[in-house]
Design a binder for this molecule. Structure first.
Ligand code: BGC
Length: 281
């Protein structure tokens, strides 16, 4: 089981290359996958605006760490499910940096329950953060990309939006109907926005993490028994690390991925390969 509202926590990362100019705004940036992505973008030379809800001190610590890499970093508190707070977050970011070039829609949470026990509040909270939050941030980013116009010295694209989803954008997940529905929604939102915005040279892509070592799924990996059971679902036979997601995000945000839009990159050690068929069928 997963703790209600419990999500990704901070984690440090690896290398430093100046290859990705631009100004990303990363939602839910102080917890683990978010922080790893933010760091990878900062290492690639991007200034970063870090969104958080709780944990101001962790956000400030991350920003200080990224400033040591030689980029600018600001923090901004916003509940991405709230339109007014999202609008204020973008206004703050644009005031600080002048514009933004990359949005990483990462904020996400689980509030699990069997359907007969799931409350409307649990349903609405998960859809609100995981899906509506991504819509609100994407809309604000698109408005800014179009207002600001091309920046050919920064990127071939007018802007990039990375939607962090889950293997559960395609794998049904009993006991998690709100979460699976939110991630399925993110997938078609991402594809629809990609189709709608391609002619504007705005790229919209997805990353679908599998089981990544974060607090959201601690019970799935923290004991040897749980870990062994988890690996039955992972053909590559290891849990993912936040840096696996971060490396994919930094690449997708760069011009090396300029011809990629409207698709999801699964970073899941093969979890979506029907692992039950490894030795059967
Ligand atoms: C969930 C994790 C889960 C993983 C694989 C993720 O989207 O947040 O709790 O371990 O999918 O099932």
């Amino acid at each position: 089981m997963h703790l209600p509202g419990h999500d990704r926590q901070p984690q440090p990362a690896a290398r430093h290359v100046k290859e990705l100019p631009g100004l990303p705004l990363r939602t839910k940036a102080v917890q683990r996958i978010g922080r790893a992505i933010a760091r990878a973008l900062a290492e690639a030379g991007a200034d970063v605006a870090l969104n958080y809800t709780l944990g101001e001190a962790a956000a400030e610590a991350a920003a200080a760490e990224f400033r040591d890499l030689g980029v600018r970093a600001v923090t901004v508190r916003a509940d991405v499910s709230r339109e007014d707070e999202v609008e204020a977050m973008f206004a703050h970011t644009i005031t600080a940096f002048g514009t933004l070039d990359i949005l990483v829609n990462n904020a996400g949470l689980q509030q699990d329950a069997p359907v007969e026990a799931m409350t409307l509040e649990q349903w609405n909270r998960v859809i609100g953060v995981n899906l509506t939050g991504q819509f609100l941030c994407a809309r604000a980013a698109v408005r800014e990309f179009k207002r600001r116009g091309p920046r050919p010295k920064v990127s071939r694209a007018l802007g990039k939006i990375i939607c962090v989803s889950s293997v559960h954008e395609i794998i049904p997940w009993a006991g998690h109907v709100n979460y699976a529905a939110s991630k399925g929604g993110v997938m078609l939102m991402m594809k629809t926005l990609a189709q709608e915005l391609a002619a504007d040279r705005i790229r919209v892509v997805g990353i679908a993490p599998g089981a990544i070592r974060t607090p959201i799924n601690r019970e799935a990996w923290e004991t040897p028994e749980a870990y062994a059971s988890l690996l039955k679902l992972v053909p590559y036979k290891r849990i993912g690390e936040p840096e696996d997601i971060a490396a994919a995000a930094a690449w997708l945000a760069s011009d090396a991925a300029d011809y990629i839009t409207g698709t999801t990159l699964f970073v899941d050690g093969g979890m979506t390969l029907y692992p039950g068929f490894e030795s059967g069928g």
